[in-house]
Design a protein. Structure first.
Length: 459
């Protein structure tokens, strides 16, 4: 029987969600208050303490460290530039856009180095990222993508023919692939659990089971008291809409995953995947997957993309039709896994700004700061954001504080029902485009996808 919810398979594999740390015992003072104990908040606390050990830092978390996307994601420690380099080239110039890419490449190795230094076993294997095309339209987009990436330094993307693709991962019907080395597979919950322990060893106080209602200059108001601090940093990603005054800041986009039982050796002989590269595709409603350390396939996709009024799921519970759709797609990719049961299904939310671009901000005048809006590519970006926020708080002028995402602000999302209508239209059109392309021999991208891009504001 498939387990549904229980936060995620990642937490279940560690014995289930952890017992929360003690809640905030009442009002208190700190130098820095960080709201949200996911990757962004914990990395920020980690680097602040490493740079200035005497700082009094309190991290506030509604449930437990890693309850949100940090404990539910696909486990891709990859170098994606959320929003795209072209946007930064337009606003800040080509050199700045390239600097953002190089910083993210380096951040993959930074995370790996910190896990080694802090003895965090997160099942990390740096096997790169493989993207496959399974129909002529996807193939045309893949070739165009590789050609466009070749115009930039530090992308290191290789176009693979069908045989070379199958040698890495034998995806059924794969016509071609693209691979780059700047990605590692991880176990998300192991990373966030280990990181929380590491920041506590440095002297950071983590208060869980504490609901922050509002953030204002100089304090965070919770259901258990007020934390007064010179700097108050928001690291709430997909849960940002729950804060007073932030309902339209970032849209909580839903993503869902399934994990199989461990595959038998015969199935792996057929599939390969020995290098443990993460796996994605060129569909408009794209999938993402990894081969886990215990030889399962963890496989994700959008599912129900958005719940009316910016609502979020209940502890990862996923709709039956989403589980069925992901299962069918997984078995289409890997016929050798057709008889392997689905062990677990779960969902989570990620933060989406209106312009689909991540940001790091700190206002010296008010002491307020925030980072996020990673649109699903945050496992690496959170570390870069944490290091950058630490430099900004400590007023350090560094290469990180000059990156083009620093200070970026997006307009608010539309009010309901416009927000819900827009997201349903976007993903309805993308799904229609994928269906049309899968049943066609044409190499042209479906017009449905162009409609979706226009609504999303991507082009």
């Amino acid at each position: 029987m498939t387990v549904n919810g229980e936060v995620s398979f990642w937490w279940r594999s560690l014995g289930g969600p952890p017992t929360p740390r003690p809640a905030l015992p009442g009002s208190t003072d700190a130098d820095v208050c960080i709201v949200g104990a996911g990757y962004t908040g914990l990395w920020t606390a980690y680097y602040l303490k490493r740079l200035q050990p005497d700082l009094r830092i309190v991290v506030l978390e509604q449930r437990f460290a890693g309850f949100g996307a940090s404990g539910r994601n696909g486990g891709w420690l990859t170098n994606s530039v959320t929003g795209g380099r072209a946007r930064y080239a337009t606003t800040h110039g080509r050199d700045a856009a390239t600097a953002q890419q190089r910083a993210l490449n380096a951040t993959v190795d930074e995370v790996i180095a910190v896990t080694a230094a802090e003895a965090i076993d997160a099942d990390i294997v740096k096997g790169g990222e493989l993207t496959v095309a399974r129909n002529p339209a996807q193939l045309e987009r893949l070739r165009a993508f590789v050609a466009a990436e070749a115009e930039w330094p530090a992308t290191d993307l290789e176009l693979l023919d069908a045989d070379a693709t199958a040698a890495r991962v034998a995806v059924d019907d794969a016509l071609a692939g693209a691979w780059h080395p700047h990605c590692a597979r991880i176990h998300p919950a192991k990373l966030v659990r280990g990181l929380a322990d590491a920041v506590e060893r440095l002297g950071v106080v983590i208060r869980e089971d504490t609901h922050v209602r509002e953030i204002v200059p100089g304090r965070a108001e919770t259901d258990r008291g007020t934390v007064r601090a010179t700097h108050v940093l928001r690291a709430t990603e997909g849960f940002t809409a729950d804060l007073r005054g932030e309902h339209r800041t970032w849209l909580p986009m839903n993503s869902s995953m399934i994990a199989t039982k461990p595959l038998p050796a015969a199935a792996w002989d057929s599939i390969g995947w020995d290098g443990r590269a993460t796996l994605g595709d060129m569909a408009h409603v794209y999938m993402y997957a990894q081969r886990t350390a215990d030889d399962r396939i963890a496989f994700g996709g959008r599912g129900v993309p958005y719940r009316y009024g910016s609502r979020v799921d209940t502890d990862g519970t996923t709709q039956d039709r989403t589980i069925a759709a992901l299962t069918a797609l997984l078995r289409g990719f890997f016929p050798a896994a057709a008889d392997v049961p689905i062990d677990h299904a779960w969902s989570g939310v990620l933060g989406v700004p209106r312009d689909w671009s991540a940001t790091v901000v700190h206002d010296r005048a008010t002491g307020l700061g925030w980072a996020g809006g990673y649109v699903g590519t945050g496992v690496t970006a959170t570390n870069l954001a944490g290091r950058t926020l630490a430099d900004l708080v400590l007023e350090r002028d560094t290469a990180l504080t000059r990156l083009p995402w620093v200070g970026h602000r997006a307009k608010n999302w539309e009010i309901e029902p416009l927000r819900w209508t827009a997201v349903q239209a976007i993903y309805g059109a993308y799904r229609a485009a994928d269906r049309a392309e899968a049943s066609s021999s044409s190499s042209r991208t479906s017009p449905f996808a162009r409609v979706a891009d226009a609504i999303a504001g991507e082009h």
